[in-house]
Design a binder for this molecule. Sequence first.
Ligand SMILES: Cc1ncc(COP(=O)(O)OP(=O)(O)O)c(N)n1
Ligand SMILES: Cc1ncsc1CCOP(=O)(O)O
Ligand SMILES: [Mg+2]
Length: 220
Amino acid sequence: MNPPICGHGSGHASRRGLYAITPDDNDTARLLARVETVLAAGAAWLQYRNKAADPALRERQASALLPLCRHHRVPLIINDDWRLAAAIGADGAHLGEDDGELAAARAALPEGAILGASCYADLSLARGAAAAGADYIAFGAFFPSPTKPNARNAGLDLLRDSASLGLPRVAIGGITPDNARPLVAAGADLLAVISGVFDAADPAAAVRRYLDCFEAPASI
Ligand SMILES: Cc1ncc(COP(=O)(O)OP(=O)(O)O)c(N)n1
Ligand SMILES: Cc1ncsc1CCOP(=O)(O)O
Ligand SMILES: [Mg+2]
């Protein structure tokens, strides 16, 4: 059995499920209400990502999300900025190629903090992330992403070929309830989603449909 992932505030984080990522929403009250709906519906993890906020607003929003995540026993991961994650006592940080050295973040974050790494479409990045102490590896974009239209494309083989690294595999990019099942079948443990959840007409129903993708299809 795979070991659970730690998250120092939320206890052991679930290894499978929906990894909801916040949209750029600078209205903090509205953001909290949107996230509450998504966590109550069963999202397993939350990433705070807001590319449109200044550092002060990012700190306020991330801090405001923390009690909500604690209430739902969901780990809060901070995008891009491990220092902010450490400063507010979040459960971890997610770093991409422009976000600093994984090894430095690993060394600076408290024990048990979750460190995630973007590996795009590159297995060698995943090997490097594992060696640097990442707790999960993320691949994508698997489909055209409304949020990040210029994201590079990844294929299903990456999910299969990275199984031997022994880390949870996260899939991201244009994932909808209708295209997610092959990702799970190829080995994705967590589906990381922004627009498919937060832009859905009914975000709670969308969350439930993503969770269905982790169940075996009904036999006929
Ligand atoms: C779970 C997850 N996977 C990938 C990313 C993308 O990170 P990055 O490449 O640094 O791009 P930005 O999100 O910073 O635009 C992510 N945030 N989360
Ligand atoms: C941050 C990021 N990295 C690759 S695609 C993407 C955006 C994911 O958002 P969406 O689920 O709306 O495609
Ligand atoms: Mg980043």
